[in-house]
Write a protein that binds this ligand. Structure first.
Ligand SMILES: Cc1ncc(COP(=O)(O)O)c(C=O)c1O
Length: 381
């Protein structure tokens, strides 16, 4: 058997219930239908009703965050968070070039300009070394304001992303942010259930965001969440995302231009039902990751494993080929044979909307673009 056929045969064997085998297919194994029926029966389908608050409380429990605010999706959660922490037009925000487009889009929606740094081989997330080198070479600090000497703009924040659920070295990044007077915001869209040194991803910086898109470990169809320990940020995100309306039984008094971004109850009902068995989801994902690791070790293909000091949710498993040609042959073979696989994202600084943005050298990110393939990782039922 050729190598590609061996891999595809194995993936089909561990996902016997799926044909085609999808990259990440949601499974509904608990009270999802019952809670949806309750929304319809009680007519509480918008954000009013108990499901949104119940889901927020469950997320607080899992992440240890003091506050959680449910938003229509992760992109919108990051957008509104950036507005609330004071991003102004022209401000620069450093993120990693290897990320989903939403990280950069939210920065631009908030009026900011992204700056892209490299990722590291071990975590696939932001490289503290690349971040530090960029800041050392390009910035000066005046009265705890970090200025980009090349552009004259203020650099306000750093947004690392926990790629495929694997935690970045967030403590190192936090130290650099402190040294350069930068806000740390975490894009934890992919890392619900992932911990670094025992602390949940998304809870290290000023605030973080989660996503409950259809392809995530826990889905609400579409959905997102702000998590933070900062009461002022939480209240302001809640207020602005609920049309900036002063609470009143009948008056409509909006004292600012608000947004309509709160997660509806029907979505939260699905999410809450999934969170009730989140431990089982995490255990199932870990089991799949171990099966994959044993299998790929046995055929001498590298697979991505959780970094040191971390517990990964293994949202998307990934394997690493020798070069782009091998990668392309596998992508072609697997997708032709009913196994959905995909490469890493194109690097953000190479995409048309971001080609004008500053970026560091990105050798590690380029390696992943050439060699990495994500393989099916749904909960196995
Ligand atoms: C890294 C990253 N950031 C942000 C998002 C945006 O989340 P959403 O799709 O809920 O808007 C996603 C995922 O979908 C993501 O993977």
């Amino acid at each position: 058997m050729t190598l590609n056929k061996t891999i595809v045969t194995y993936i089909k064997k561990i996902y016997p219930a799926q044909n085609p085998v999808l990259l990440h297919c949601p499974e509904f194994l608990g009270n999802e239908k019952k809670y949806l029926a309750e929304c319809i029966d009680t007519k509480y389908v918008s954000y009013v009703g108990h499901f949104v608050a119940d889901m927020e409380n469950k997320i607080k429990e899992i992440t240890g965050a003091e506050y959680a605010v449910a938003i229509v999706n992760g992109t919108a959660a990051l957008h509104i968070l950036l507005l609330v922490v004071g991003i102004k037009p022209g401000d620069e925000i450093i993120t990693q070039s290897l990320s989903f487009a939403a990280t950069a889009a939210a920065i631009v929606h908030a009026g900011g300009t992204p700056v892209f740094v490299d990722v590291e081989r071990e975590t696939l997330g932001m490289s503290p070394e690349s971040l530090k080198t960029f800041l050392l070479e390009n910035t000066e600090i005046k009265d705890c304001v970090c200025i980009n000497k090349k552009t004259g703009s203020q650099i306000k924040a750093v947004i690392p992303m926990h790629t495929f659920g694997h935690p970045v070295r967030i403590d190192e990044i936090q130290k650099i942010c402190d040294e350069y007077c930068l806000l740390l915001i975490e894009d934890a869209a992919e890392s619900l259930g992932s911990f670094y040194q025992g602390k949940h991803t998304g809870t290290f910086g000023k605030a973080g965001i989660l996503s409950f898109n259809g392809n995530k470990l826990v889905t609400t169809g579409g959905g997102g969440m702000l998590i933070t320990d900062d009461e002022v940020i939480a209240n302001r995100v809640r207020y602005l995302s609920t049309t900036a309306k002063r609470p009143h039984r009948w008056e409509f008094y909006h004292d600012e231009v608000g947004y309509n971004l709160r997660m509806p109850s029907v979505n939260a009902a699905i999410g809450l039902a999934q969170l009730e068995y989140f431990d089982r989801i995490l255990a199932n994902k870990k089991e799949t990751a171990i099966l994959y690791q044993q299998f790929f070790d046995s055929i001498s293909i590298k697979s991505v494993i959780e970094p040191d000091n971390s517990k990964s949710n293994y949202w998307l498993n990934a394997i690493l080929f020798e070069d782009r040609q091998q990668r392309d042959e596998f992508l072609e073979y697997s997708n032709d044979n009913d196994v959905q696989t995909r490469p890493a994202w194109n690097l953000l600084h190479t995409l048309p909307p971001y080609q004008h943005c500053l970026h560091t050298d990105t050798p590690n990110a380029e390696y992943f673009v050439d060699c990495l393939v994500n393989i099916p990782s749904s909960v196995r039922v």
